[in-house]
Ligand binder design. Structure first.
Ligand code: NAD
Length: 503
């Protein structure tokens, strides 16, 4: 578990970007940003408040209502969005470093994120002019009827700390491509890459007021973004508790709300699965970014016929996972995001004991951590779990696998669906008919057959049930930022004489 103390220097901006200017908050306050691998303070950034948000929304409103952006030809908007993809590619290494400094995830994972992000800006840049509207067959003679898509207006975009720039780019790219103006807020604990993308967007040359960045806490800055009457749509990615608050707060002004919330994603392994691949992907499904993934397949349902063998194989692989510094090339798993979050994961270890489950591996902090001040937690394997336990129902959001042993397809599906969430699910079998039956029966926005945790920009992403509202990515991801207008024209020019025409 050797650590590799990284150079923690941060030379980037620490301000917000409002109406085309980099500004400190009116509050005069700042917030310390911490490196999760060591617990050291990297820098301080300005801490925004409600008044800053009001100014940012006014700027975005002006840029939408009076500016050129919504009327700019979609192809031209797309070209600018694509230039952001080029910028991400050119600055890949720097952006990856910033993401790892903020989150503690391995720099290799951050590089993959940056490649995805470049792809997201490119995809939406190219999609911008591909939605030209639709002709409707009118039932009335001598009329024409068509649908056009128009930008929804000012979009407030609130993102989480686990994939800071990735989650932000799922929102920024389609919003700009659609012709919206935006006010975005990264998680207060991971602002670096969202600040940097704003700077890169400034270099690309988006018109003044189109892109605004505010920094600060959810309860203050985030709340103002959801209640401000100048905002037309709130797009939020984060936890379910916050999502419910946002839905309520946005209801007073009947804003459009898009929610990407948590998950408790079942990964079902049938007895006839390709055993080694299923074991390997079970690990991939959970341990990236120390399990802090909304789609983590942390809830593994294993058919009883292979349960013991599967658990033994997992145990062997998990005990080899190398914890370390984000910048150490040997590191396979970094720390959790914060002390507070580690305490939450630890509470679930107490829950496991209360509920009578068995912690087979991990369940505690490493005795010899890579850095003393880091928020490390051991990769953990818990068996003897059933679908009625809190362990199987609540999002733990850490490097924790729980195992439920099932008998037969019907039980697997019933247990898998016994959750308030419905973000993703996976299943492993060589029986093609069963694969199709189970995929159809699972209530989740994404179902992987013989794979886990793959996503790409072409396919929409989002949750069934309480995992969210709406979809990001793919064509629906662009449509989220548009309103549909029906334009109807009567070409007959003939009075119909319904009122007052009788002598
Ligand atoms: P969080 O809900 O604590 O915070 C997310 C964002 O919301 C932050 O920017 C925060 O400042 C802001 N916020 C907090 N309170 C607010 C309020 N009252 N009003 C407005 N904004 C507020 O979530 P988190 O801990 O940063 O992220 C982890 C969660 O995100 C997990 O539950 C995870 O499953 C979820 N997530 C979901 C997806 C998805 O695609 N469905 C992707 C990534 C993360």
């Amino acid at each position: 578990m050797a650590g590799n103390v990284n150079n923690l220097s941060y030379n980037g901006k620490t301000k917000m970007y409002i109406d085309g200017k980099w500004v400190d908050s009116i509050s005069g306050r700042s917030r310390e940003i911490v490196y999760p691998c060591t617990g050291e303070v990297i820098t301080k950034v300005t801490e925004g408040n409600e008044e800053d948000v009001k100014l940012a929304v006014q700027a975005a409103r002006r840029a939408f209502d009076q500016g050129s952006w919504p009327k700019t030809p979609a192809a031209e908007r797309g070209r600018l969005v694509e230039k952001l993809a080029d910028k991400v590619e050119e600055n890949r290494e720097e952006l990856a470093r910033l993401e790892s400094l903020d989150t503690g995830k391995t720099v290799e994972e951050s590089r993959w994120d940056m490649d995805d992000i470049a792809g997201i800006f490119r995809y939406f840049g190219q999609l911008a002019d591909k939605e030209g509207g639709e002709i409707i067959e009118s039932p009335v003679p001598n009329t024409t009827s068509r649908l056009v898509r128009e930008p929804v207006g000012v979009a407030a975009q609130i993102s989480p700390w686990n994939y800071p720039l990735l989650q932000a780019s799922w929102k920024i790219a389609p919003a700009l491509a659609a012709g919206c103006t935006i006010v975005m807020k990264p998680s207060e604990i991971t602002p670096f890459t969202t600040i940097r993308i704003t700077e890169l967007a400034e270099e690309v040359g988006f018109p003044q007021g189109v892109i605004n960045l505010v920094l600060g806490a959810g309860a203050t800055v985030g709340t103002e973004m959801t209640v401000n009457p100048g905002v037309d749509l709130v797009s939020f990615t984060g936890g379910i508790v916050t999502g419910k608050k946002i839905l309520k707060a946005a209801s007073d002004t009947v804003k459009k709300v898009a929610l990407e919330l948590g998950g408790k994603n079942p990964n079902i392994v049938f007895g006839d699965a390709d055993f080694d691949t299923a074991v390997d992907f079970a690990l991939n499904g959970v341990f990236f970014h120390a399990g802090q993934i909304c789609s983590a397949g942390s809830r593994i349902l294993v058919e009883s016929s292979i349960h013991d063998k599967f658990v033994a194989a997992l145990k062997e692989r998990i005990s080899n996972i190398k914890l370390g510094d984000a910048f150490d090339p040997e590191t396979e798993m970094g720390p959790l995001i914060s002390e507070e979050h580690r305490a939450k994961v630890e509470k679930y270890m107490a829950v496991a004991k209360e509920e009578g489950a068995r912690i087979v591996l991990g369940g505690e902090r490493p005795r010899n951590p890579p850095h003393q001040g880091g928020y490390y937690f051991m990769p953990t394997l818990i068996t003897g779990v059933n679908n009625n336990m809190r362990l199987a129902k609540e999002e733990i959001f850490g490097p924790v696998i729980t195992i439920e042993s099932f008998d037969g397809e019907e039980e697997a599906v019933r247990w898998a669906n016994d959750t308030i969430y419905g973000l993703s699910a996976g299943l492993w079998t060589k029986d093609q008919d069963r694969a199709e039956r189970v995929a159809a029966a699972l209530r989740a926005g994404t179902v992987w057959i013989n794979d886990f945790n793959i996503y790409f920009v072409q396919a929409p992403w989002g949750g069934y049930k309480q995992s969210g509202l709406g979809r990001e990515l793919g064509k629906p991801g662009l449509e989220e930022y548009t309103e549909v207008k029906h334009i109807y024209q009567n070409h007959a020019n003939e009075p119909v004489n319904w009122f007052g025409a009788k002598k």
